[in-house]
Design a protein around this ligand. Structure first.
Ligand code: NAD
Length: 477
């Protein structure tokens, strides 16, 4: 793992826990690898990605106003691994936020938290010690998926607002329980698919609603990788043991097995703790689709795939393809391939009746092709007399109109400012709600609808069947 991952700093961002790269190299990735992946995937709309674009206004990422010293939000981290430390670092850069405690099951990560946020912060293996502290207002939960529900519910019942990493759920039963607790305990619960706060996604939402690409009929999205770290083979430290790792606490509700360092540090590879590529990556794509379209979820899903390359004892596929029907009248096709034979990347292509809208990394490209104004004729195989007759009738209905202006075939590109961070915006939005008590966009209902839709892929794959979901009632069919 890149060194930056262990030392998050303001210029870094996470590509789903794979590595942290600085802004400059990320832009390079976005401009080359992502585009290559789009081209390879057949998604790219034929636009030159190097063309200059309109700079999107960083409204949401303007610095928050300064906060009086006695008005700080005190936060704690539960699950201090790669993403938890990154989120907490970003949170600490939002004015008025102070890190005061961290809980984790591996001693060395607690030691690193003290290096990052001060030797005087509370560090513990047992997050209940954190929840007992009355001076802690909010927690960030960066545990593996199988702890999201319990840690969130315990924190909300202890009066804390919660920023819980995606996917919100590990099991379908987690969703209603988390929604209910957020309501009864009157706590803010925001889920951590940071792209929901991204200005590129906000622009895509605005353009789609304004009819920029006509009537939406299909969305394709993918997330491809081609590396060992990308396939979740995270580093196991040399001191990993039952002494340094709180194995029973890590296991929680998972099946009881003897200490296994790979399960502890590479938990995504096993269903007992993670949710496969669907929970890890499809969920981000669903969050994006639901935010941009305003849809609540698919009604029908089917998935296929397999364990094609990383046959290292994991019990989840490394290639997964999912197809989803939305009641709004569009289809969604998703793909994750951990052995894509080339560059790594992610992207979306929204296809409408009058154009396409493409999100590639942190840029947005709109390609407008207005529909034809007349249907045309297909008459070459008929007799000359018949062709003449049809043409005369056709021209009465569709007279030749001299174009007064060129057809408006449009191409627009939007890019974000150099140091833009959607993680910062997402956390800033969370803390704004913690102060105002106003709802967050990615609340428990949004989070359940995104994760519930994503996990349909696992169900379909495991059952070898089409599965049904009611996105309004949030229930399996
Ligand atoms: N939003 C994003 O872009 C993004 C990126 C990466 C990861 N994530 C999500 O963040 C979460 C963590 O992923 P990661 O890569 O940081 O994993 P990680 O393995 O690096 O960290 C998880 C940590 O949780 C700790 N833990 C486990 N059980 C615990 C418990 N009961 N109490 C306290 N700590 C406990 C482990 O000891 C470990 O240090 C996952 O849900 C993942 O899906 C989100």
């Amino acid at each position: 793992m890149a060194g930056a991952a262990e030392h998050p700093n303001p210029g870094t961002r996470t590509l789903e826990g794979v590595t942290l790269v600085n802004r400059r190299s990320f832009l390079k990735v976005a401009g080359t690898a992502t585009t290559q992946a789009l081209l390879a995937s057949g998604l790219h709309a034929g636009i030159d990605p190097a063309a200059p674009g309109t700079l999107l206004a960083p409204q949401q990422s303007e610095p928050a106003s300064s906060v009086a010293a006695n008005d700080h939000i005190q936060i704690a981290l539960i699950g201090a691994g790669g993403q938890g430390q990154y989120d907490t670092h970003v949170a600490s850069t939002v004015p008025g936020v102070k890190v005061v405690a961290a809980a984790d099951c591996y001693d060395n990560r607690l030691a690193h938290c003290r290096e990052l946020w001060g030797q005087d912060i509370l560090t513990t293996r047992d997050y209940r010690e954190i929840l007992d502290r009355k001076d802690i207002d909010a927690v960030i939960i960066g545990t593996p998926d199988h702890w999201h529900k319990q840690a969130s519910i315990d924190a909300m019942n202890a009066g804390k607002d919660v920023y819980c990493e995606k996917p919100m759920i590990h099991l379908y039963s987690d969703g209603p329980a988390m929604i209910e607790t957020s309501r009864t305990a009157k706590r803010i619960l925001q889920i951590g698919s940071q792209r929901v706060s991204n200005i590129v996604y906000a622009k895509a939402k605005e353009l789609l609603a304004s009819g920029a690409i006509g009537q939406l009929n299909m969305i394709s999205a993918f997330w491809d990788r081609n590396s060992s770290i990308g396939a979740w083979n995270y580093t196991v430290p040399p001191d990993a043991s039952p002494e340094t790792c709180d194995w029973p606490r890590f296991l929680g509700t998972a099946p009881k097995i003897p200490f296994n360092a790979e399960h502890f540090f590479q938990w995504r590879k096993w269903k007992a703790y993670g949710s496969g590529v669907a929970g890890d990556l499809f969920v981000h794509l669903f969050s994006g689709v639901h935010y941009i379209t305003g849809a609540h979820g698919p009604t029908r899903a089917m998935a296929t795939g397999g364990l094609r390359f990383w046959k290292d004892g994991r019990d989840v596929p490394d290639v997964l393809l999912g197809l989803f029907d939305y009641p709004q009248g569009f289809n969604l096709a998703l793909r994750v391939n951990f052995v894509d034979g080339g560059s790594e990347g992610e992207g979306f292509l929204f296809t409408g009746s009058e154009g396409t809208l493409e999100i590639a990394g942190n840029s947005l490209i709109v390609n407008r092709v207005p529909r034809e104004t007349e249907p045309g004729l297909m008459i070459g195989s008929f007799t000359d007399a018949m062709q003449k007759q049809i043409t005369e009738t056709y021209r009465q209905k569709y007279p030749i109109v001299e174009a007064t202006a060129p057809t408006r075939v449009g191409f627009d590109k939007y890019v974000v400012p150099r140091d833009y961070s959607d993680s910062y915006d997402h956390l800033k939005n969370f803390f704004a709600s913690v102060r105002s008590r106003q709802p967050v966009v990615e609340d428990a209902v949004f989070g359940y609808r995104a994760a519930g839709a994503a996990l349909l892929s696992n169900l379909s794959y495991e059952r070898d069947a089409i599965v049904h979901w009611d996105p309004e009632a949030m229930k399996l069919g």
